[in-house]
Ligand binder design. Structure first.
Ligand SMILES: Cc1cc2nc3c(=O)[nH]c(=O)nc-3n(C[C@H](O)[C@H](O)[C@H](O)COP(=O)(O)OP(=O)(O)OC[C@H]3O[C@@H](n4cnc5c(N)ncnc54)[C@H](O)[C@@H]3O)c2cc1C
Length: 458
């Protein structure tokens, strides 16, 4: 007979669920995690990690292609796409194996199967067996792809997860949606050699980013040969055996594969939420308070099924808050705008907080500090003068309202500014913190000086 009594049961083993389970076990709770597919969730198996593994290959290809600038001549290079996929799979299995090991080390029981809530009890049902939770249940079931209106998935019309698992390098790829996922896919495949069209309904790529960042990113995409079409609605998508035809604006297009990268929705259908009394908001996301509690006592929800940006690190943090709250520790709600956002296309994009336009709309006395990477020595030494850093601050108290970086290592560089804000520092402090030389991080200090009115290099 399996053990069916736990303190904590977590449904879903993605970055939300597995981190929650480990934290619960650390706090002395007897914990189980239920997974209907693979340990590690979508993030490790199909999304974040495979995406970054393939993007890494594209980055190496770019470095090889740019090698002559550094005095290196490279013969004809070629890509063995099956070897690329093999490495991608190896990366995934190393990391998912690591998660399984961590769950085991922390004595978290992994229950295989699809879980649903048992109404009026703190319990879940999996494959006909009921498991009870003495303290809490955490819903961490993530999200699934959603088509854009007028389209359906099937044949050669695929979602972003499938885009990172194509069996061979496509000759022609069309990507609908130039948010983070769409831009990553377009930028990877274009540099690997596919002919890529990036189709965006709004008037710029990466439309959630600051407008200045979108401009630099669009220039980078075009330099990679991506056919960027903004302000176009895609319609009449029809998949045949070898290709997909579609319309965008007044034009007709055709590709080997069409990737819809324009939105996802919560994976909650199997959970039996309405029978259990768990309330959803108008967008179908699970309603939670600042400690991730749902409308039902003892049931918490985290990750892609609750409001906020759909990001792995956000899911993990919410899980930690949920179990710490249930264990009686004091927690504080997440400052959602200050979660770092990272887009791993080339050029790399990292940001947090408000864009300049949002800060103005919110009535701040906005100050902007902007410098190109070329303003500091590192930009020239390492070969990226076109990147740029933009800080958005509030003049009144020197507060950092947001930061926006586009260019090499932006996804790593952004963390310094996130940390500064979390530790209640502002741009005047960043301007006076000593940064190592020659590093790209000096561009952050210069942007802070620019905001503070005393730019040195520029
Ligand atoms: C292509 C792509 C690339 C991305 N890249 C990044 C990135 O670089 N960085 C980043 O921060 N975010 C990225 N994201 C977003 C990130 O993947 C999600 O925000 C993250 O996976 C959410 O974590 P989660 O734990 O909520 O859910 P998931 O990772 O989706 O895991 C949920 C798990 O729950 C399981 N499950 C669902 N229902 C049940 C049930 N009833 N019973 C049992 N198990 C169930 C599922 O099988 C799944 O394994 C990307 C997303 C995509 C699609």
């Amino acid at each position: 007979m399996p053990d069916t009594n736990f303190d904590a049961i977590v449904i879903g083993s993605g970055p939300g669920g597995y981190v929650t389970a480990i934290r619960a076990a650390q706090l002395g709770l007897k914990t189980a995690v239920v997974e209907k597919d693979k340990v590690g969730g979508r993030c490790l198996n199909y999304a974040c990690i495979p995406a970054k593994a393939v993007l890494r290959v594209a980055d190496i290809v770019s470095e090889i292609d740019d090698a002559s600038e550094f005095g290196i001549s490279v013969g004809q290079r070629s890509i063995d796409f099956s070897a690329v996929l093999e490495r991608r799979n190896q990366v995934v299995s190393t990391l998912t194996g690591g998660v399984s090991g961590l769950l085991k080390k922390n004595k978290v029981e992994v229950i295989e199967g699809e879980a649903s809530l048992v109404p009026n009890k703190l319990a879940v049902s999996v494959n006909g067996t009921e498991y009870s939770a003495a303290k809490l249940i955490v819903l961490a079931t993530g999200s699934v792809k959603r088509p854009i209106p007028g389209t359906t998935y099937g044949g050669r019309v695929i979602g972003t997860e499938e885009a990172w698992a194509l069996p061979e390098l496509p000759e022609r790829l069309a990507v609908i949606g130039s948010g983070a996922s769409g831009s990553e896919i377009a930028s990877a495949y274009a540099r690997l050699g596919s002919k890529v069209q990036l189709l965006e309904a709004l008037d710029r790529v990466l439309p959630a980013e600051d407008a200045d960042i979108s401009k630099v990113a669009a220039r980078g995409f075009k330099a990679q040969g991506i056919d960027v079409q903004t302000g176009v609605l895609v319609s009449d998508v029809a998949s045949s055996e070898n290709s997909v035809s579609f319309k965008y604006g007044e034009s007709a297009g055709e590709a080997d594969w069409v990737v819809i990268a324009a939105g996802r929705g919560p994976d909650v259908e199997a959970l039996g939420l309405s029978e259990a009394g768990v309330k959803l908001d108008e967008r179908g996301l699970v309603e939670v308070d600042g400690t991730q509690k749902t409308s039902v006592p003892g049931i918490y929800a985290i990750g892609d099924i609750v409001p906020g940006p759909a990001l792995a690190h956000k899911a993990s943090e919410e899980g930690i808050i949920a179990v710490e709250d249930a264990a009686g520790l004091s927690t504080h709600p997440i400052e959602y705008p200050d979660i770092p956002r990272a887009t791993f296309c080339t050029p790399n994009v990292g940001s947090f907080g408000l864009t300049e336009a949002q800060a103005k709309e919110q009535g701040y006395d906005v100050v902007v500090g902007k410098v190109p990477y070329g303003a500091v020595g590192a930009g020239t030494v390492y070969g990226d003068r076109s990147g740029s850093v933009k800080l958005v601050g509030d003049r009144k108290y020197g507060e950092l309202l947001g930061a926006h970086i586009v260019g090499a290592k932006a996804t790593d560089l952004i963390q310094e500014l996130v940390n500064t804000k979390a530790l209640e520092g502002g741009y005047p402090e960043v301007a006076r913190i000593i940064h190592g030389h020659p590093t790209m991080s000096e561009a952050l200090a210069e942007a802070a000086r620019a905001a503070d009115g005393w730019l040195i290099h520029g």
